[in-house]
Ligand binder design. Structure first.
Ligand SMILES: Nc1ncnc2c1ncn2[C@@H]1O[C@H](COP(=O)(O)OP(=O)(O)OP(=O)(O)O)[C@@H](O)[C@H]1O
Ligand SMILES: [Mg+2]
Length: 505
């Protein structure tokens, strides 16, 4: 126990005693394994450091088939002196309250250690700065045994037999003893390799998304490789596509910096390739990928969520808003160690709420109007959209010429039964199932195919009714295009319509 000392607070002089309460290294460092990282967020945190060190290339090399799998993150950045390396290996290397240079992606002085320990038990960093080599290692098994904070510096120029990976200037972060990445299959070589590979392929998508702005363009700021394969960016705003819509940019000017906001309506799924559509939606699909995309210094930290400001709905699933913040606002945004979450400061929240309401509201109205218009403007539709007691009802159109013509051929006593059959189809429309399907995967829900004879029946019935109503033969083709079924099957329908017009002309 240290000698008694005196301290004071605002109005009282207190007698205090001081005792050593240095954290236990073994316990604290094990606790650092559970900050909530997974492989993808851990790799992103290490790559952040490479970007901050001005690297132009980062290579991920994963040895997944050996008895002792390992992973290396290699950059060609500025590297570190031995003194810098010792500081870098320190937990809490930098104070989160200190100013960072613009474009520095770090904040806490923890990322490299906590991200690494979340995946492995042995972290070795080799670095070269102006021809001087330095290497240091934290091995959790040793710390568990010795329970102290001494860091191991390694003078051997090739301690792991992999120094060939180190560039003439730059840093390699080695992860060995990947206990967390093997999903409990350490003793089963086949499952172990399969687990490691599937974890890596999930992480790949995350990295392509999170760093997309760095990877884009003919002369990208960063080239990223996974086992020798160059990774291409995934741009959640689909900038490359000329379809969709951009709203004018907006800015929220605050004391600590400027927040840049841009609303983007993604292209309709018919306007992009299936591959691009799936890539944009990601594994969770478009419904879950709508919302805010928050970038800190061009690095994506939140990918698709309305952060409590709106609901994720089917009608707004093409809505995405990019929000750019500088690192000077970290404290206000409560950026977490993993750089995977943030909270909106109250003033930004209020402003964004208005932007979202306007954007999302417009999108919903456009969709609703379009759906309604398509039904309402169809001449002689098969289905009618009816408003009844505040509800929207879809009813088979009993007056439709196809039904009328057929009914006329039935004996009188069957007319009522036939109408009943049609009404039954309307009242048993599987609304709930349709709703569930549309919300989950709207693009996969399509109308049943119509064959040539079905189309002929429809064209003939509508054509005769329209002609009887005074429509000219020249106008028929255009009027028939308002029919969804004919429009969707236009290649097959057009010759039938032409043939009908020829017959009546
Ligand atoms: N690849 C690298 N090249 C050069 N210096 C690096 C590299 N990785 C880490 N460093 C140095 O080590 C320091 C500590 O890194 P670490 O990731 O632990 O914390 P940070 O980046 O400062 O903050 P955060 O906890 O937010 O990631 C960095 O600030 C940087 O100075
Ligand atoms: Mg960092």
């Amino acid at each position: 126990m240290l000698p008694t000392s005196i301290s004071s607070n605002s109005n009282k002089v207190l007698q205090t005693r001081k005792v050593d309460a240095t954290p236990y290294a073994s316990a604290l460092i094990e606790g650092h394994r559970d900050f909530g990282y997974n492989l993808e967020t851990a790799l992103a945190d290490i790559i952040d450091n490479s970007i901050s060190a001005n690297a132009s290339e980062v290579k991920l090399v994963a040895e997944t088939t050996s008895e002792t799998p390992w992973l290396a993150i290699i950059d060609d950045g500025c590297g570190m002196t031995e003194h810098d390396l010792v500081e870098a290996m320190r937990l809490g290397a930098k104070n989160p309250t200190s100013m960072r240079t613009p474009r520095d992606l770090g904040r806490f002085g923890l990322g490299m250690k906590s991200a690494s320990f979340s995946q492995c038990r042995c972290l070795t960093v080799m670095t070269r700065h102006r021809d001087a080599l330095a290497c240091a290692q934290w091995n959790l098994d040793r710390i568990a045994r010795e329970n102290d904070w001494t860091l191991e510096l390694i003078d051997d120029p090739d301690p792991l037999g992999r120094s060939y990976l180190l560039a003439s200037s730059g840093t390699v972060v080695f992860w060995d003893n990947l206990d967390r990445m093997m999903g409990g299959h350490a003793d089963d070589p086949v499952k172990r390799t399969a687990t490691l590979n599937s974890e890596l392929s999930r992480a790949e998508r995350h990295l392509r998304l999170v760093f997309h702005r760095f990877l884009e363009g003919n002369n990208p700021r960063l080239k990223l490789f996974l086992n020798g394969r160059r990774l291409t960016p995934i741009d959640p705003m689909a900038k490359d596509s000329t379809s969709g819509q951009w709203d004018p940019p907006d800015e929220i000017v605050l004391e600590q910096g400027v927040v840049k906001v841009r609303c983007r309506t993604l292209p309709h799924h018919k306007m992009v390739s299936k591959e691009q559509w799936n890539e944009l939606g990601g594994p969770e699909g478009h419904l879950k990928s709508q919302g805010l995309y928050v970038y800190r210094e061009d690095r994506l930290i939140i990918a698709g969520s309305w952060l409590g400001l709106a609901k994720q709905t089917e009608l707004t699933k093409l809505c995405r808003i990019s929000v750019d913040i500088p690192n000077t606002m970290d404290a206000d945004w409560k950026i977490d160690v993993k750089k995977a979450s943030a909270q909106l400061p109250p003033v930004v929240r209020e402003r964004l709420k208005k932007v979202i309401e306007r954007f999302v509201g417009t999108s919903k109205r456009t969709y609703q109007r379009r759906g309604q218009k398509l039904v309402d403007e169809t001449r002689l539709p098969v289905w009618n959209r009816v408003l009844k007691d505040g509800h929207v009802i879809f009813r088979p159109n009993l007056e439709h010429p196809v039904f009328q013509t057929f009914s006329a051929q039935l004996p009188e006593e069957l007319h009522i039964d036939f109408q009943r059959c049609l009404r039954l189809i309307g009242s048993s429309l599987p609304i709930e199932t349709l709703h569930a399907e549309l919300v989950g995967n709207a693009e996969a829900v399509v109308a049943d195919a119509a064959d040539k004879a079905d189309l002929e029946l429809l064209v003939r019935a509508i054509g005769e009714a329209l002609t009887a109503g005074g429509a000219s033969p020249e106008s028929l083709s255009e009027i028939m295009q308002s029919h969804q079924l004919l429009r969707d099957n236009w290649a097959a329908a057009e010759p039938i319509i032409k043939e009908f017009i020829r017959e009546i002309s």
